[in-house]
Design a protein around this ligand. Sequence first.
Ligand code: ADP
Length: 470
Amino acid sequence: MSAPSPRLVVVSNRIGDPRKPAAGGLAVALGNVLASRGGVWFGWSGKVVADGAPGAGKLHYQRAGAVQLVTIDLSEQDFEDYYCGYSNRALWPAFHYRLDLADFAAGYFAGYQRVNRLLARKLATLLQPDDVIWVHDYHLIPLADELRALGCRQRIGFFLHVPLPPPPILAAIPGHEWLMRSFFAYDLVGLQTQADVDHFGRFVQEEAGAVSLGDGVFEALGRQVLARSFPIGIDVEEFRDLAGSEESRQTEAMLRKQYGHRRLLVGVDRLDYSKGLPRRFRAIQDLLENYPENLQSATLIQIASPSRETLSAYTDLRDELEGLAGKINGEFGELDWLPIRYLHRTWARRRLPALYRCSRVALVTPLRDGMNLVAKEYVAMQNEADPGVLVLSRFAGAAEQMREALLVNPYDIPATAQAIQRALRMPLAERRERHAALLRQITEHDVHEWSRNFLDALATVKTRLRAEIQ
Ligand code: ADP
């Protein structure tokens, strides 16, 4: 019999409660691994305490079966500097190649360091010597370094859910030397795509004097780190099960009744500038101008969930989209038909499968995206006998795996419109062939495979030089 797996400690900015139905694929997958080997999920509670002191916070404990959920509140100052500031005004835009939108205020950077130190201090008190620690995303890059400074010797892995841009963009981030050095406190760094891994390797060699030891292992500062790609997937079964819900069935019946005689297209995104929504709307305008057979017929249902609304880049985007949708509907719409149905809200997750299933084309056209799970959800929900077509940006991480989608450059609006037209007219045989290949891909490489691969790599990575970290 093999030895039981060590306890797993997952750390992420927000924790998902695996018991809640709205949890989503990632929360379900992490919840499953945590439940099967027992573990701790640690992160911010989502609460901001008005009179809290910066760098301090109260812990809350909850048990969900074999999983201990531990959360911490943040002070207003910490929330502003660490979360809104450095994470979402500096790192998010910079990692999505948008240096023009990045704000590198010194206070943000200090807040980011302060909160990572706070989280490390609190987490260290919960750790056992044999724990395996898995840290998630850009909010927490320096966490392992802070834990190491407190004497933690456990295996620590990190997964970056967003893209890692090429060296010239990374080098523009003030303090990038410190940031990149932080990666060397991990034993394993997981990235979404091979392109991201290449950027990591080039950057650490060019800027941190790291030496490549082959097979993704880099050595610098007396430490070794393995960098590998682990493209995240969805829980295909869990998502398909949602389609059986009453809400999903009702939504499907309503959509078929309302739009059965139209050519329905769908977009589902957080309202974020990385998602390329204004250009997507302009591609619809181009489609109507240049392929008039779509007049009175093609209808894009675009659901955009409110996101980070305290940040001005997001309110500007909202204004721009509302203006564009109004303009296009005003120009092309008729009394009984509008080309764009733009809904600025979060949809119940249980209703999404119906929307995907009723749409002949999905538009997933981000300007830059770590992976993009909507692309995979759309494929999972198609009727195999008469599937819809995925139009996918070549700049989404998903494009590295989903080669049978219609890949587009979202900056090229006429070419995107042309691809949409091709998708709308694609013969059944071609649709089935492309869909079968895509479905195979997302089913074989689902979110469970992703977490298994990451944890196997973390369990077996050589940690020879960890003694020197202390
Ligand atoms: P990101 O993590 O940048 O938001 P992803 O495409 O990787 O982008 O993941 C988004 C997840 O959130 C998907 O599971 C998708 O179904 C869900 N989602 C996105 N927008 C909405 C929305 N407007 N309503 C409901 N769910 C949404």
